[in-house]
Design a protein around this ligand. Structure first.
Ligand SMILES: [Fe+2]
Length: 208
């Protein structure tokens, strides 16, 4: 089996540099960024037991989303990601709900650090979110503090009381602890990196 360690180290280092370089945010953002970076995995973080790679129906959109990311502002992270994605196990993660037909086929997540990911690093989760075109990811919340970095696709984003707004590739978005948020894609899939810190053990739940 290919040793993914150099690719994971490169991915994490590139992502960390990108988050550190983000300009122009307020004190809440800066405080949570410091908290995230304080628990960032070291290069020798414990390797997880690699899960068997899993693909879901939404993953049909991954090649196109990755190609767009490789041509976008986060191309360096996308290039690092391309090497490790074949090893990832994608999941939907929410209970089946007849009120939301098709959602489990349109949304997929994969852990890179934490959960079923490739590294175990204690107090941080890092993974990918992939959402098919023309999909509403319902309003949800979780106790973990979350950052999202959009790699490709421009979704309409709702977070807390802020008005819905398009978030293009290159956007770095903070979801504070338990803040409701939702995304709706248009004609393009959304591919984004998420990070979790704080209470990473409690799940994300839909709010309606
Ligand atoms: Fe979230």
């Amino acid at each position: 089996m290919t040793d993914l360690t150099p690719s994971i180290v490169r991915f994490l280092a590139t992502l960390r540099r990108r988050i550190e370089a983000e300009p122009g945010h307020g004190p809440d953002f800066l405080r949570e960024r410091d908290a995230l970076l304080s628990v960032w995995p070291s290069d020798d973080a414990r390797r997880g037991t690699p899960a068997t790679p899993v693909r879901l129906p939404a993953c049909a959109h991954f090649p196109g989303a990755l190609a767009a990311a490789l041509d976008g502002p986060e191309r360096e992270i996308a290039a690092a990601l391309a090497a490790i994605e074949p090893a990832l196990a994608w999941v939907y993660g929410y209970p089946a709900d007849p009120r939301r037909p098709g959602l489990a086929d349109a949304i997929a997540f994969s852990d890179i650090v934490g959960g079923r990911g490739l590294l175990r690093a204690g107090a941080i989760g890092i993974g990918l979110t992939l959402i098919a075109p023309e999909t509403a990811y319902p309003s949800l919340a979780h106790p973990a503090v979350e950052f999202y970095l959009v790699l490709s696709g421009t979704a309409l984003w709702t977070a807390g009381a802020a008005p819905e707004a398009p978030r293009p590739p290159g956007s770095l978005i903070l979801h504070p602890e338990s803040l409701p948020h939702a995304m709706t894609t248009g004609s393009e899939p959304l591919l984004a990196v998420f990070t979790w810190h704080g209470d990473i053990a409690s799940p994300s739940v839909y709010l309606d």
